[in-house]
Structure formats: structure tokens, C-alpha cells
Design a protein around this ligand. Structure first.
Ligand code: IMP
Ligand code: MG
Length: 192
């Protein structure tokens, strides 16, 4: 795939079966930790769209997992110059899903500089959940600027811009069933 902006899909990092295996390992740990308890999986749009779907189904396959699983989404919107990378984000939450007193698990595609998860965590803690944990499929620790506690990490990735399985470059490549490095000209693109 060659886009007009000169980007291409480069080296394969994780195949669909590696991603499925990582999600299954996450589901095993989450099922054990939330055994017998109701949990709200709160996927962060749009990047965690696929992960939230697949993780929720992997959890459903586990005997002895959570007593109840509710799936919902929050939407993170960037604004201003620099967008997410400057931490200028706003969060849209469906007010019809009360979080007070509930066990909430944030499901996010990737922890990069950490600003997004830091912001989401602060926002959701104000809703007074009974517990709040974070699950990411990918961790890119080399770029972290804010320390964020990650309770469940699927795979660690190097400091390159990656696409696929929900991760985009300017809204493209999300639907790739694998994760690959983005090939680009010039400096590394900033996430949008
Ligand atoms: P951060 O942790 O605040 O830097 O931002 C995390 C968000 O940036 C993620 O939810 C992704 O949407 C996006 N992001 C970070 N790294 C990448 C990448 O390598 N490819 C695509 N999107 C990324
Ligand atoms: Mg993005």
C-alpha cells in the first residue's frame, strides 16, 4: 500500500497469530484478577477498537473469569497544535454508563509518551470507580514522558511508528490484521 503522503507499510512486527496469543495471555491474567467480580471494559477510541472487541471475547471463553463484563468506549479528541503529543486532549464519555463504585479496566492500544493515559486516568478517577486499572496491547517505553502504571501489557515495541490492529497513521492502516513499522520520508510522524 502506497499512500499519496509517501508512507508505506514496512517491516512486520507482530503477525495476527502473535497478536491473538498476546490477547489470550492478557485475558488469562485479567480473568484471574477479576474472578467473580463484575468489570467494565472501557476501550479508548479509536485505536483500541479491535483490541476491546477481541479481549472481551477472549474473556468470555474463560471459565472462572469476571461475573459480568460490560463493554463501553471513551473517545479521546486531540486539539490545538501538537495534539496528543502535547497532552492537549479532551475525553468524551457516555454519561449513561455510570462508573461510580464499579471495577473499571481501561483498554488502550499503546502507551507511548503516557500523556493520554495519564489524562484518562485522572478524568476517570473523578468518577469514583471501585478500582481502576489499565490494559495496553503495546508498550513503547522508550518514549515515556509521564510515568503511568500499566497493569496489563501485551507486547513491548521499539521506538518506531507502528500501524495496524487499530493503530493508524492519519486514520489509515487501522484495519491491517497485523502490526508493522510505518515507512516514511523525513522525521518520525507524530500520533494524531
Ligand atoms: P501517548 O501515550 O499520549 O503518547 O499517546 C498514545 C496514543 O498515541 C495512542 O492511543 C495511539 O493512538 C497514538 N500512538 C502512539 N504511538 C503510536 C504509533 O506508533 N502508531 C500509531 N499511533 C500511535
Ligand atoms: Mg491515532
Amino acid at each position: 500500500m502506497n499512500l499519496a503522503d509517501g508512507t508505506t507499510v514496512g517491516r512486520l512486527l507482530h503477525s495476527p497469530s502473535e497478536i491473538a496469543a498476546a490477547i489470550d495471555r492478557l485475558a488469562g491474567r485479567i480473568a484471574a484478577d477479576y474472578r467473580g467480580k463484575p468489570v467494565v471494559l472501557l476501550g479508548v477510541l479509536k485505536g483500541a477498537l479491535y483490541l476491546t472487541v477481541d479481549l472481551s471475547r477472549a474473556l468470555a471463553q474463560r471459565a472462572d473469569g469476571p461475573s459480568e463484563i460490560v463493554v463501553d468506549y471513551v473517545c479521546v479528541v486531540s486539539y490545538g497544535p501538537g495534539g496528543r503529543s502535547r497532552g492537549k486532549v479532551r475525553l468524551l464519555l457516555d454519561e449513561a454508563v455510570p462508573l461510580e463504585g464499579r471495577h473499571v479496566l481501561i483498554v488502550e492500544d499503546i502507551a507511548d509518551n503516557g500523556l493520554t493515559l495519564d489524562f484518562i486516568g485522572a478524568f476517570l478517577r473523578e468518577r469514583r470507580p471501585a478500582s481502576l486499572r489499565v490494559c495496553v496491547l503495546f508498550d513503547k517505553p522508550s518514549r515515556r514522558r509521564v510515568a503511568v502504571p500499566l497493569d496489563y501489557v501485551g507486547l513491548t515495541v521499539p521506538d518506531t511508528f507502528i500501524v495496524g490492529y487499530g493503530l493508524d497513521h492519519q486514520e489509515r492502516y487501522r484495519n491491517l490484521p497485523y502490526v508493522a513499522e510505518l515507512e516514511y520520508q523525513g522525521s518520525q510522524p507524530e500520533p494524531t
